[in-house]
Design a protein around this ligand. Structure first.
Ligand SMILES: Cc1cc2nc3c(=O)[nH]c(=O)nc-3n(C[C@H](O)[C@H](O)[C@H](O)COP(=O)(O)OP(=O)(O)OC[C@H]3O[C@@H](n4cnc5c(N)ncnc54)[C@H](O)[C@@H]3O)c2cc1C
Length: 470
């Protein structure tokens, strides 16, 4: 690494100092990148992983999204068991959190009949991030934190091109990492974009109820944590005053001028998926986390802002600035008006605004909603048939497989896709195929494919995938 006393490092063809070299270079340490790095290392490869923030986990640690789900085995299940053993898991049920099931403020459990049994399990994002750092260290992954991937160097490879170096920016300046196989773990297909490979920009066809002809990405979100909430008092107020969504308090605050008009944005009820799930200030949307009295709150980019936060710096900056204003206004409203929040305070704001609808790479196969509807099977399936509920499609359940070709971007021979950057159409990725367990699975699949390619001295494109991993 830069700063070492070793012989002067080599330069890349473009003249950038080469600070590391590995069989597998993973860009981004979210669920996809983390699992890819761990699996490839456990398969015996040398691995460098580059992560912008100070821990792996992506949206689920740096972004504060702490919903836990045991998954279907492999690294994801191991991860959840390790979080549990290391004291990072918190579980709430109808006994520990009465008034939660069916509560309009509950991000996940609002639809349950009031009082019904439930179990919500979450993890402490920072504690979980520490565990993930340890797991990579234990495995011997060379993780470089606080490093931004910014570019690639490439060379011709038959009819395609291959990446030779990833270019990163660190406190040491611009540096290069040489690798044989590269893994896209940025969550927004940044490697695909820098490599000049094809992708579809976020913001495709939208539900007709909100369609005005303008292409809008599905909103991203910034999560934050509030501590010191006495939820029993809030639930008692909601019931006593018949004010489930706190509308009476919101109206009172508006009348008193305590909610700036430009920040007021009512819940878009009955307007398709966005109405129920992607709401604006000041309708609180929260999930229990870490222990009693501490909740994650959701601050989603208003749909009408139509921000492309993955490829437009002005949009990304607006999201950060304006969501902070919304959080500030919402916290002030809650503390001043809502019973149970008198002693609450902002404990944490996510390190970044999570992008739900960024670039969608075009791979050797683009998985579409029709593949799910028609329950297609593939000779190169990466998993056994999976059954998933498509709430985009009237909550229908389909059983289908995903082909390995969805992990292979067109035009680049040695790059594997993972997580939210797979070759899927946006309906499939947004509605079903982007949850934490699946993204970790995709990373593990990519890590194994990378290791097999290295062992066989071929590119991931040349690798024959014949058996499902999960
Ligand atoms: C607001 C929001 C809420 C969500 N809620 C849920 C939920 O409740 N349950 C659920 O299961 N899923 C949820 N998801 C979906 C899930 O979190 C994502 O689909 C998943 O995290 C994607 O994993 P990933 O590894 O592809 O990317 P990410 O989690 O985005 O991780 C990408 C990583 O790459 C790093 N990175 C990015 N660019 C660079 C760069 N240039 N250089 C270096 N590092 C870089 C980032 O810092 C990050 O650590 C949510 C997503 C969002 C955005």
């Amino acid at each position: 690494m830069s700063g070492s006393q070793a012989a002067p490092p080599a330069k890349s063809p473009a003249g950038v100092e080469v600070v590391a070299e590995a069989d597998v270079v993973v860009i981004g340490g979210g669920p996809g990148g983390f699992a890819a790095a761990l699996r490839a290392r456990r398969e015996g490869c040398s691995v460098v992983m580059v992560e912008k923030f100070d821990m792996p986990g992506g949206v689920h640690t740096s972004g504060l999204q702490g919903a836990a789900n045991p998954g279907v085995g492999g690294i994801h299940t191991e991860l959840m068991e390790r979080f549990d053993r290391e004291g990072c898991i918190y579980a709430a049920d109808e006994k520990s959190l009465p008034g939660w099931a069916g509560n309009a403020l509950s991000h996940y459990d609002y639809y349950l009949p009031p009082g019904s049994p439930f179990k919500r399990v979450s993890f402490n994002p920072d504690g979980a991030g520490n565990v993930m750092v340890k797991m990579l260290d234990e495995a011997g992954v060379h993780a470089i934190y606080g490093a931004s991937f910014v570019d690639v160097e490439m060379e011709a490879d038959g009819g395609e091109r291959r990446i030779t170096h990833a270019i990163i920016e660190t406190v040491g300046g611009r540096e290069a990492i040489r690798g044989r196989v590269f893994v896209e773990g940025s969550g927004t297909a940044e490697v695909v974009a820098r490599a000049g490979a094809p992708f579809v920009r976020g913001g495709g066809r939208q539900p007709e109820t909100l369609s005005d002809g303008q292409s809008r990405p599905i909103p991203g979100g910034l999560l934050w944590i509030m501590s010191g909430i006495d939820f029993a008092e809030t639930a008692a107020y909601q019931k006593r005053e018949d004010d489930p969504a706190l509308s009476k308090l919101i109206n009172k605050a508006r009348a008193a001028g305590d909610i700036p008009p430009e920040l007021y944005r009512p819940r878009l009820a009955d307007k398709g998926v966005y109405g129920d799930h992607y709401i604006g200030h000041p309708t609180v949307d929260m999930s229990p986390i870490r222990g009693p009295g501490t909740f994650i709150l959701w601050q989603n980019v208003p749909y009408e802002w139509a921000l492309h936060m993955d490829d437009d710096a002005e949009h990304a900056s607006r999201a950060k600035r304006d969501l902070r204003r919304l959080i500030d206004a919402e916290a002030r409203f809650l503390v001043k008006y809502v019973p149970g929040f008198q002693h609450a305070f902002i404990a944490h704001v996510g390190r970044y605004v999570g992008v739900r609808d960024g670039r969608h790479p075009i791979g050797e196969y683009v998985f579409s909603i029709d593949d799910a509807r028609e329950e297609r099977r593939f000779a190169d399936a990466v998993t056994r048939p999976m059954t998933k509920t498509f709430f985009w499609d009237a909550y229908k359940r389909y059983t289908f497989e995903i082909p390995y070709r969805c992990f292979l971007p067109k035009e680049v021979s040695n790059l594997l896709l993972t997580g939210a950057s797979l070759s899927f159409t946006f309906e499939t990725i947004f509605m079903v195929m982007r949850n934490f367990p699946w993204c970790t699975q995709t990373g593990e699949i990519a890590g194994l494919a990378a290791a097999r390619s290295v062992r066989q001295r071929i590119t991931p494109k040349q690798l024959q995938w014949t058996e499902p991993l999960f």
